[in-house]
Design a protein around this ligand. Structure first.
Ligand SMILES: *[C@@H]1O[C@H](CO)[C@@H](O)[C@H](O)[C@H]1NC(C)=O
Length: 340
């Protein structure tokens, strides 16, 4: 039954019974602005479009017209290629509620569609941070729709289809809806194409919030070289993107080198000090030996030690001999140990 109903709806849409398609209800905050898109049938491309204000069509008044300069509060623009005219209403008050998107017909009744603005003092029941979002060909965009009302969440394209959780396709573009965060649903459109540009809306329950998606052609990471020439052209761009990782790499190499050098020095100092300690032991040893043989005075022991150091003095410069006997002994022994 549902299938038949939707089929009928599509059929009526195609046959032009609903010549204008727009949102039905939008929640807005007082003081803010809102832009509403209205899609019209191709037969009306060259007709005058207008926004009419008032609950009843018979008594509504012109707010903006495409063949007239727009006033401060209302503005209207017509994109004949997309067959969409947009109306913008600024400085919203609680009186700005009932509107009609309309197409003027010279002989016969005008074509129109009603929409309701539900103006709130606080946070709107369904809103987005920006009604305009830009993406690049081949990449993704994510739209966060924040809501506080209940009902099924949807992402719809004006004049096309809707996607429900968790995923679906709109005109060949993959749409994923994530509702893991309470009161927010995020819509991700992946693999954007030029044709993905246009008007969409977030929907929860009876509310909609229009969002305009613009897909731009040239991006730095758009790597779809068709010819050798375009590949060559992309080289400077690639280099530009290499600078940051390259400088990071150089920085780490320098840091590693400095650390390695310091570690090496530390090890060397350690080895030297242990060698000195060893040398000290040796010295003590020989001194003890001497002491065992003939318990002599300290000055004699010094002479014994100087003996062994004399060998090294031959290898090294003589200046050190002038230093204190003890110091000389240790350092020379350390050197000696190393040379072994
Ligand atoms: C939904 O979003 C949350 C975080 O925002 C993430 O952890 C989770 O994996 C997403 N789920 C899907 C199905 O992508």
């Amino acid at each position: 039954m549902a299938f038949h109903l939707s089929f009928l709806l599509i059929l009526t849409g195609l046959t032009g019974i609903h010549s204008i398609t727009t949102v039905s209800e939008v929640s807005v905050k007082a003081g803010d602005s809102i832009t509403i898109p209205c899609l019209y049938d191709s037969q009306y491309i060259n007709h005058v479009k207008f926004l009419c204000e008032g609950y009843y069509w018979s008594s509504c008044s012109y707010a903006a017209k495409t063949n007239q300069p727009s006033s401060g509060k209302f503005s209207i623009s017509d994109d004949k290629n997309q067959r969409i005219f947009t109306v913008t209403i600024k400085d919203l008050t609680d009186k700005d509620t009932d509107y009609w998107c309309a197409v003027e017909i010279d002989r016969g009744p005008d074509v129109r569609e009603y929409f309701l603005l539900s103006v709130t003092e606080g946070t709107p029941r369904l809103y987005v941070d920006h009604q305009e979002i830009t993406g690049f060909i081949g990449q993704n965009i994510t739209i966060s729709c924040q809501y506080s009302n209940s009902g099924e969440v949807r992402w719809c394209r004006l004049g096309s289809s809707c996607v429900r959780r968790p995923l679906g396709l709109i005109d060949g573009t993959r749409v994923t809806i994530n509702t893991s965060v309470p009161n927010v649903f995020t819509v991700t459109m992946s693999g954007l194409r030029t044709e993905s540009s246009g008007w969409y809306w977030c929907a929860t329950g009876d509310l909609q919030m229009p969002v305009h998606v613009t897909v731009e052609k040239h991006t730095p990471t758009d790597q779809t070289p068709t010819t050798v020439q375009s590949q060559r052209l992309s080289v400077p761009v690639d280099l530009k993107y290499l600078i940051i990782p390259l400088s990071v790499l150089i920085f780490f190499v320098i840091v590693t080198l400095v650390m390695w050098f310091m570690l090496k020095r530390h090890k060397k100092t350690k080895a030297e000090s242990s060698a000195t300690a060893l040398a000290e032991e040796e010295v003590t040893y020989s001194t003890v030996k001497k002491k065992r043989k003939t318990p002599r005075q300290r000055s004699d022991a010094d002479i014994d030690v100087i003996y062994s150091s004399v060998v090294i003095v031959e290898q090294q410069n003589v200046q050190r001999v002038e230093a204190k006997a003890e110091d000389v002994t240790y350092s020379r022994l350390a050197q000696h140990h190393q040379n072994l």
